[in-house]
Ligand binder design. Structure first.
Ligand code: FAD
Ligand code: DHB
Length: 395
């Protein structure tokens, strides 16, 4: 079997790349380990930056997103018995975020690929990449099948096979682990607030988000290694109430919890994001703690850059943009790394923090919520910085 671009992984990065390449007349095959049902049901991120929305709309996969997504023009930071609104419309005029579940983006992309007769294969075992240091790389999978390609895109997430296939000594890994995780739940209950609430309390961080007028999404900071079995529904609701019902007049509506999971928090970057004819995109190359809501948005930014570079390669044979792929992505990656680390340290409780550290954290929060300049810094990063290519509509 032969294709131009072999794509490993049908998460947001792999699917969007396949779709954007198709729009440029470039063929690809997507190989995914899990079933279609599994990837369409995997609950993860929910916040899309303006640029992500613009990219999906320009690519023709934004119809349901525009209809069902919830545009938000601010978020609340809640601590010390008061809520403070970060008002995007004032701080970063014309820019907003849209709340729309990652698995809905994945469903829309799979539907678009299949409607265009795209080759997306699910439940593919034993994927391995070969000869990536040459200009004739290939992929083997499923007990004897072989896919020859010009280029391989490693879109297989943090635990994938492509990054570890790069020879020792090529990559430098930068990493930070956090001593806590997020327990996330989806509940059938109307959101108790119109906008997202990022709450810092002495007992830890909590986040009130949503998916629709009928479904709310919540996260709780819990110790690393937390077992879901220790968190029956009553305990989840009691802890959410304690951490969120901290301002006068706010009460949390509760309902049936129908999805739950624990996500460890980690910061990670592998540099460079490429080796030979293998290009890493999204979580395969970098991970951020979810506090800044950047993971999915970074994956989209990477594949925009990769699409532009591949389009040039197929147009005139030039590898100039492909050679500069990693450098072109890493500037944005590191900005998101800093922002995500910063939001995490601003809002979580660290057991290692002494009383002095906690006072510094509160002073920092007071500054962010009282200074226009500091609030604008948060807002500008949260809604997402403009793309380097300057084209809001996509590559
Ligand atoms: P992924 O979505 O991980 O997709 C990679 C795909 O590759 C998967 O479908 C996987 O099955 C497949 N794959 C892996 N190995 C192989 C293999 N060997 N062969 C074939 N296929 C393979 N971000 C936020 O902003 N907010 C959140 O609340 C949030 N929650 C998260 C919860 C979890 C549990 C995780 C893991 C991530 C979360 N993120 C969150 C981050 C965000 O979801 C990711 O940044 C985003 O999914 C990145 O997309 P991706 O396509 O690069 O990787
Ligand atoms: C959601 C996830 C995040 O990581 C975040 O910062 C905000 C919202 C969500 O899943 O809704």
């Amino acid at each position: 079997m032969r294709t131009q671009v072999g794509i490993i992984g049908a998460g947001p990065a792999g699917l969007l790349l396949s779709h954007l390449l198709h729009l440029r007349g470039i063929s690809s095959v997507v190989l995914e380990r899990r079933s279609r049902e599994y990837v369409e049901r995997r609950v993860r991120a929910g916040v899309l930056e303006q640029g992500t929305v613009d990219t999906l709309v320009a690519a023709g996969v934004g119809e349901r997103l525009l209809r069902e997504g919830l545009p938000h023009r601010g978020i609340e930071l809640r601590y010390g018995g008061a809520g403070h609104r970060i008002a995007f419309e004032r701080l970063v005029p014309g820019r907003a975020i849209t709340v729309y579940g990652q698995q809905e983006v994945v469903k829309d992309l799979i539907a678009a690929r299949l409607a265009a007769d795209g080759d997306v294969r699910f439940e593919v075992d034993d994927v391995a990449v070969h000869d990536i240091g040459t200009d004739r790389p290939y992929v083997t999978f499923g007990g004897g099948e072989r896919l020859d390609c010009d280029v391989i895109a490693g879109c297989d997430g943090f635990h994938g096979v492509t990054r570890p296939s790069i020879p020792d000594g090529v990559l430098t890994a930068y990493e930070r682990e956090y001593p806590f995780a997020w327990l996330g739940v989806l509940a059938r209950v109307e959101p108790s607030a119109e906008e997202l609430i990022y709450a810092r309390t002495e007992r830890g961080f909590a986040l009130h988000s949503m998916r629709s007028p009928e479904v709310s999404r919540f996260y709780l900071q819990v110790p690393a290694g937390t077992d879901l079995a220790d968190w029956p529904d009553e305990r989840v609701w009691a802890e959410l109430r304690t951490r969120l019902e901290t301002v006068p007049g706010f009460s949390l509506a509760t309902g049936e919890i129908f999805e739950r999971g624990v996500t460890p928090l980690r910061s990670f970057v592998a540099e460079p994001m490429q080796y030979g004819r293998l290009y890493l995109a999204g979580d395969a190359a970098h991970i951020v703690p979810p506090t800044g809501a950047k993971g999915l948005n970074l994956a989209v930014a990477d594949v925009r850059v990769l699409t532009g570079a591949l389009a040039r390669f197929y147009a005139d044979g030039s590898t100039e943009l492909l050679d500069g792929y990693s450098a072109a992505c890493l500037k944005r990656v590191w900005r998101a790394q800093h922002f995500s680390w910063w939001m995490t340290t601003l809002l979580h409780t660290f057991d290692s923090d002494d009383a002095y550290g906690r006072r510094l954290q509160l002073s920092h929060l007071d500054y962010v919520t009282s200074s226009e300049a500091a609030a604008a810094t948060l807002a500008e990063n949260y809604v997402g910085l403009p793309y380097e290519d300057g084209d809001p509509a996509g590559p």
